[in-house]
Design a protein around this ligand. Sequence first.
Ligand code: GLN
Length: 553
Amino acid sequence: MSDKNRKYIFVVGGVMSGVGKGVAASSIAKILQFNGLKTTAVKIDPYVNVDAGTMNPTEHGEVFVLDDGHECDQDMGNYERFLNSSLSRDSYMTTGSAYLKVINKERSLGYKGKCVDVVPHVPLGVMEQIENAGKKEKADVVLVEIGGTLGEYQNILFLEAARMMKNKYPNDVMYALVSFLPTPHKIGEMKTKPTQYAVRTMQQTGLTPDIIIGRSEIPMDDKRKEKIAFSCSIKKECVISAPDIDSIYDVPENFLGENLDKIIINKLNIKKTKKNNKKIDEWKKFVKSSKNGKKKVKIAVVGKYFDTGDFVLSDAYISIIEALKFSAYKNHIGVELTWVNSKKFEGKNVKKELSNLKKYNGVLIPGGFGTTGIEGKIKVIEFIRKNKIPFFGICYGMQLACIEYARNVCGIKDATSYEINPNGKNKIITILPEQKKLLKAGDYGGSMRLGAYPAKVKKGSLAYKLYKTEKISERHRHRYELNEKYIEILEKKGLIVSATSPDGKLPEIIELDNKKHPFFVGVQFHPEMKARPLDPHPVFNGFIKAAKEKMDK
Ligand code: GLN
């Protein structure tokens, strides 16, 4: 589509947070894709952090990394998984980044001596970035999710940008409100009033919804739709029922059932569309396969961001959870995840706790930072290596596997990482040279080795068997790396470096001989960030397959 005709759909949330704006926006993008349209997404987070990189995962969930290295909110992973495409830094924005852009422009005389105001200059910057995101992807339709809830102070500038966008493109912009409809038990009736208030609040910002997506526990009946339509001055068919469902991947089908794709296409007057039934069937097949897993492989995830209650977990490790599920469906099986706090393996009952691990078909150690729970994770790796339980180590998980091997197989008892003990004698894991300066300068934001880097997989390795190619590209987020000086010692004792950076310098994958251990693989990168529903990740596929074989034994 030419830049002139591009359409924009702003998605905002009413009544309360957490009603699933992100899933609604990704699902709208998906059903438009089903109609042959090229869609992309922009996520706006109202916080002042310039990006999500400096935030603790227990605070704001997983930090998702894009190909271009941008560190952003976990919702970006959601968009990539739904759209099956890789997004760029133009697709992510915060209050911090929006202001920073304007301030930097002012500092370099970009406003040519003018007085720079919050309005219009900040919203203009926001609009420019949204336009760039559309341009870059040559999108027909750009979905823009504005974080936060209507009525709060934080997102007001972004709502203003949404309003100004319609001034600029009167026929190409529409607004979808995702609202909540409670059914209080004592009353026993679904209530529309909070949504009516949300619409009033929205109108105060100069926006009127074209579509209202009603999130509720049970489906919305006709009467409620009529009531909302009447009181909010929109057509009844534009009130969409979006009840709770088993899986977020059900939402696109639900929207199709409500004819939401047709409504949007008509409203935006999009001329050329072509329903792609093959794509719809593929998606439906995936959703179906995600439900028929009676048998489940038991996977333990041993990590440390487990202190704040169960609901935090699914946020902090969302891409890993999804990647495991996609690969499980591909292997025609379900997956049962158990969160195990690594500190458990540092206390008194270590032996018993370790032996409990035998009930799992596979153990995954995800990425992490700092020193908490590290010794416990190393104990776990030793146990599963010796007991031949499938192991998958990601980033820190891979680094710790190298330390364990150095300590217990190569006899380097004090093997450590620079991150754990910068003064240690045997730093098996060392700091990347360029990182030393950055840390010294206190430069923590967006400064790790970030984003997609190519790597070369060694033929004949297990990694090669999984990827079926020598050239791969994976996303990174780390400051430390397996120390070159120790590679020979580790390899002599059987640890295999099965992928490196193309120049051979940076180790990217380590593994144990597949004949001696059913599956022992560590990766320096984050494969979970490239796993997609219809295109699961090869290393996750291999891990689940090994776990399934162990279960069937
Ligand atoms: N803390 C380790 C590093 O910075 C691992 C990072 C990670 O697991 N993402 O290298």
